[in-house]
Each structure stands twice: as structure tokens, then as C-alpha cells.
Design a protein around this ligand. Structure first.
Ligand SMILES: Cc1ncc(COP(=O)(O)O)c(C=O)c1O
Length: 327
């Protein structure tokens, strides 16, 4: 039995789905969505908040403010509610309605930015708004997940050692790249302690994180329109880019087996499957990280009209669904 008194005390760290029957490659999916914030971002949020409290930046009466596409915002709203801070989440029109409702239910405010900045897109405009708020009132505290090293340290301390403990013979780890906190924490840990592990970053097509030109991206979580400050590519062995229709098909393929995951999990699974079909030998031990679950995406990724409007009527045609993950 587990009994808790604050919501951050519970996080399922030890759950993996064996994807072999679905993707026909040896791949274990580490599920990070089983906590009260519903995503891996609870770890980064907890680490950043505790560090800010420790150095005295965050104190009674503080109001946290953060730019988030949803999941870090959800995690911070939970922590703010449980510790008695205010919280303003600055997001954009791609934020899922349910993520917004989640934050508002916990007493947080959500500011939605709809006009992209001339330089830096929607993310640039969100950050400009956060800076304006901080300049207007010194109770605001911006932890800044894009530059805060406690973001990656959370994964260096928790996610990566948890994987290494369960998979001492790990050959390859697939990690999605958003702020690159998860990627850099895991990559630094394995470089330091288990050098044989290949780190494969998975990014959305249209993201500028690893170079390339910006393109339309409708699925939140992975990808950036501004290169992430935390990224140090020397720790990353390879990068795989995934087109959004492939993400969608991977999500639906998993859902048809009863595993409803979020969009970034579809991206990571699709990228891992591509990589394994090109390089994989059946004896490899491979793990991919699933940042959240699918309920927040029922009105988007799992909604037919949304899919058809954005990706065309054939995006889920049965042939594409049947072959996509077994390529
Ligand atoms: C659903 C989802 N997947 C992946 C990520 C990327 O994680 P990171 O910011 O550690 O790169 C995020 C970040 O917010 C997310 O919300």
C-alpha cells in the first residue's frame, strides 16, 4: 500500500510496456504518465521548484510563471497548489483544452498567446510575455525550463538511473526532444556511467532543435522554433526526425492495442521503429521514453475531424496503419 499526503510523493518509475508484439522490434517503453500531473514534467518541475526554494528565490507569496505547452504547466500548477504559491502559465493556441482546464481547476491562471513573434515564432512571443510579467511585479518567479539546469538534473538523478537499474545491458535509448531536459539528463548520465549506451534523440519534422528550417508543427511536447539552450549535441549519438502523420499513425496503432499515449510518445515510438528497422538486430536491448498518456489528446490526435482537417482523410487508412510501425 502507498499512502501519500502531497501529490508529488507518488510517481510510477518502474513501468515498461514490451512493444514487441506491436512494433515487431525489441523495444521497451518506459511509461512516465502515472503521477498526479500526468507526465514526466513533474520531475523537472519538482527539481526546479525545490532548487529555487533552497536558494531563497522562491518564498511564501511568490507567483510562479512559466511558458509551457501544457505538461510543465500542469505539473507546476499541482506543485503551486500543494505548496501555496500562485502560478501563471503562458501558453499558445496549441495548448490542449483539457490541460488548460486542469491548470485552472488547481487555481492557476492561463495566458494564451496567439500572435507569433516576428523572430522566434509562438515560443518567442510566449517568452516575451513572461518577461513582461516579471518586469511588472517582483513577486513573479520564472524558473525558465529552457535554460534551467535543474530541468536536466531531474532526469540525471531519477529517469536515467531508473532505466539503468532495470536494463543493465541497455544498448540504445530513444528520447524525445522538447526543452531537451529529458534528453540531456539521460545522455549525460549514460555518458558518465554507461558509455556503451547509444543515445538517439527523436524530434518532430519542422523543429529547429538540431538544425533545419522551421515548419508547421501541431502536436505539442516535442520540437522547438528556437534552439534549446540546454542542448549539447556532443552527448547525442544520432537524431531521428518524425513527420506528424507518422506520429499520428503510431499513436493510433498503440491505441488499437489498448495503450492510449500522448502525441510525443507516438513520435518517439515511430522514430525508434524507423531506427530499429534500419540498424536493429534482434538481440539489441532498446528502451524508449513515453512522456505522457493520451487522455489530454482526445480532442486532437484521437479526434477524426481534427486529423482530417490537418493531415487529410487518408492519414489513418487501414493500410498505412497496418504497415507503419512494422516498417
Ligand atoms: C508530452 C511531452 N513530451 C515530451 C516533452 C519533452 O520533454 P523535454 O522538455 O524534457 O525535452 C514534453 C515537454 O514538455 C512534453 O510535454
Amino acid at each position: 500500500m502507498t499512502i501519500i499526503s502531497v501529490p508529488t510523493e507518488f510517481n510510477e518509475e518502474d513501468l515498461y510496456v514490451d512493444l514487441r508484439p506491436i512494433v515487431q522490434h525489441p523495444l521497451y517503453l518506459k511509461c512516465e504518465g502515472f503521477n498526479f500531473a500526468g507526465s514526466i514534467k513533474l520531475k523537472a518541475a519538482t527539481e526546479m521548484v525545490e532548487a529555487a526554494e533552497w536558494i531563497g528565490v522562491l518564498k511564501p507569496g511568490s507567483i510562479l510563471v512559466e511558458s509551457s505547452s501544457g505538461n510543465l504547466g500542469a505539473a507546476l500548477s499541482l506543485i503551486a497548489a500543494s505548496k501555496g504559491y500562485g502560478f501563471v502559465c503562458v501558453t499558445d493556441s496549441r495548448c490542449n483544452l483539457s490541460a488548460r482546464r486542469f491548470m485552472e481547476a488547481m487555481g492557476s491562471q492561463v495566458h494564451i498567446i496567439s500572435e507569433p513573434a516576428a523572430d522566434g515564432g509562438l515560443l518567442g512571443a510566449r517568452i516575451a510575455h513572461v518577461q513582461e510579467l516579471c518586469a511588472s511585479d517582483d513577486r513573479y518567479v520564472w524558473l525558465n525550463q529552457y535554460t534551467n539546469t535543474d530541468n536536466w538534473k531531474a532526469h540525471y538523478r531519477t529517469t536515467a538511473p531508473a532505466i539503468a537499474r532495470r536494463f543493465p545491458q541497455l544498448d540504445v535509448l530513444f528520447v524525445g526532444a522538447g526543452t531537451t531536459g529529458t534528453l540531456m539528463g539521460c545522455a549525460r548520465y549514460f555518458r558518465t556511467l554507461h558509455r556503451q549506451v547509444r543515445i538517439v534523440a527523436v524530434d518532430s519534422a519542422g523543429s529547429v532543435t538540431f538544425g533545419g528550417s522551421p515548419g508547421r508543427r501541431m502536436i505539442p511536447g516535442l520540437g522547438t522554433s528556437v534552439r534549446p539552450a540546454l542542448l549539447d549535441e556532443s552527448f547525442v549519438h544520432e537524431v531521428v526526425h518524425v513527420e506528424e502523420p507518422d506520429t499520428i499513425r503510431a499513436c493510433h496503432r498503440l491505441a488499437r492495442r489498448g495503450f492510449l499515449f500522448g502525441g510525443s510518445t507516438g513520435t518517439v515510438v515511430s522514430g525508434a521503429t524507423q531506427w530499429l528497422s534500419q540498424h536493429g538486430d534482434r538481440s539489441l536491448t532498446a528502451v524508449a521514453i513515453a512522456p505522457d498518456l493520451g487522455e489530454r489528446y482526445l480532442d486532437t490526435i484521437y479526434q477524426t475531424n481534427w486529423l482530417h482537417d490537418l493531415y487529410g482523410e487518408d492519414v489513418l487508412n487501414p493500410d498505412a496503419l497496418a504497415t507503419d510501425l512494422t516498417a
